[in-house]
Design a protein around this ligand. Structure first.
Ligand code: ADP
Ligand code: MG
Length: 277
């Protein structure tokens, strides 16, 4: 028997068994893009429920539809076939209950940290006094209180991520859609940011969809891991991660269950990661 069979528990848990409400539901979802004469089928047959408070990681090679899944959840795209529901209602417009963060932090260089964090609050029409209090609270949450008056160019990579995270949390979205947010960071900083994000998500009870092409990251952060593969891409494995809900991310490097699961996932994904010459 291969080691993959020993560790990997493909999910058969129902939402009722999780005792949590389904927040996001994909049912028979496929997405086809048309660009002129070209037709690109990005994804097919996506069927998955994401429950409240879950951190679900989405891992797979480039081009298999991971970002498309986030865009469908955010309401930036609509499915070609099937239905995407948010709290049991089909998504038909931009989904304001989600917050989106990508690899690029999109901080405004001419605004201070405080000014950047305040952007969504200004857009929402929040008054100045309340806004300042909220910006202070958010800065404290991400450890940037001392840097509120600094400008993005004066910040380290980690601080920029924290500022972007505070801005993302400003209007308190209940679901975070994170698309390879730490891909550009060096290994050490990446683990630090993973730890901070994990703790923050748990503390604020966020539901999180986290896209990565890094298997170690997917296992470290996920309660569940959706493995994407193929062209068009689909979920080939839906894996319950057998690690505690509260975990010390850094210590995982020495955890045997973690190491084994990473190795098993490598075996699953290796064929689709073969480089064509
Ligand atoms: P991933 O995030 O896994 O790398 P994507 O979801 O970005 O994959 O893309 C899946 C496929 O759909 C790719 O082949 C990509 O080129 C294609 N695609 C994504 N967005 C568009 C678009 N707006 N127009 C045409 N093709 C697209
Ligand atoms: Mg992508």
């Amino acid at each position: 028997m291969s080691s993959a069979k020993k560790i990997i528990n493909t999910v058969s848990v129902t939402p009722a068994e999780r005792e949590a409400e389904v927040v996001i539901s994909f049912s028979g979802v496929g997405k086809t893009f048309r660009a002129g004469a070209a037709v690109i089928q990005a994804t097919k047959d996506i069927n998955v429920d994401i429950c409240e408070g879950e951190i679900v990681t989405i891992v797979g090679p480039s081009g298999c539809g991971k970002s498309t899944m986030l865009n469908l959840t955010a309401g930036l795209l609509s499915p070609t076939v099937g239905t995407v529901k948010y709290r049991n209602v089909p998504i038909s417009d931009v989904n304001g209950r989600t917050g989106y963060m990508t690899q690029s932090d999109h901080l405004l260089p001419w605004r201070s940290v405080a000014g950047n964090i305040a952007v969504p609050l200004e857009i929402s029409g929040m008054g100045k006094t309340e806004r300042k209090a909220r910006v202070d609270e958010l800065a404290e949450l991400v450890g940037l209180t001392q840097f509120l008056n600094s400008y993005p160019s004066q910040l380290s990579g980690g601080m920029r991520k924290r500022a972007a995270l505070a801005r993302l949390l400003a209007y308190d979205p209940e679901t975070l859609l994170l698309d390879e947010p730490f891909a550009a960071l060096d290994a050490q900083l990446r683990i630090k940011m993973q730890t901070e994000l994990f703790q923050l998500s748990r503390r604020l009870k966020k539901t999180v969809l986290f896209v990565t092409h890094d298997i170690d990251e997917a296992v470290a952060l996920g309660d569940r891991c959706l493995v994407f593969s193929g062209r068009p891409g689909t979920i080939v494995k839906n894996i319950e991660v057998p690690l505690p809900r509260d975990r010390a991310i850094l210590a995982l490097r020495k955890d045997q269950t973690y190491q084994q699961l990473c190795s098993d996932l490598w075996d699953i994904l290796a064929p689709s990661m073969t480089v064509a010459h």
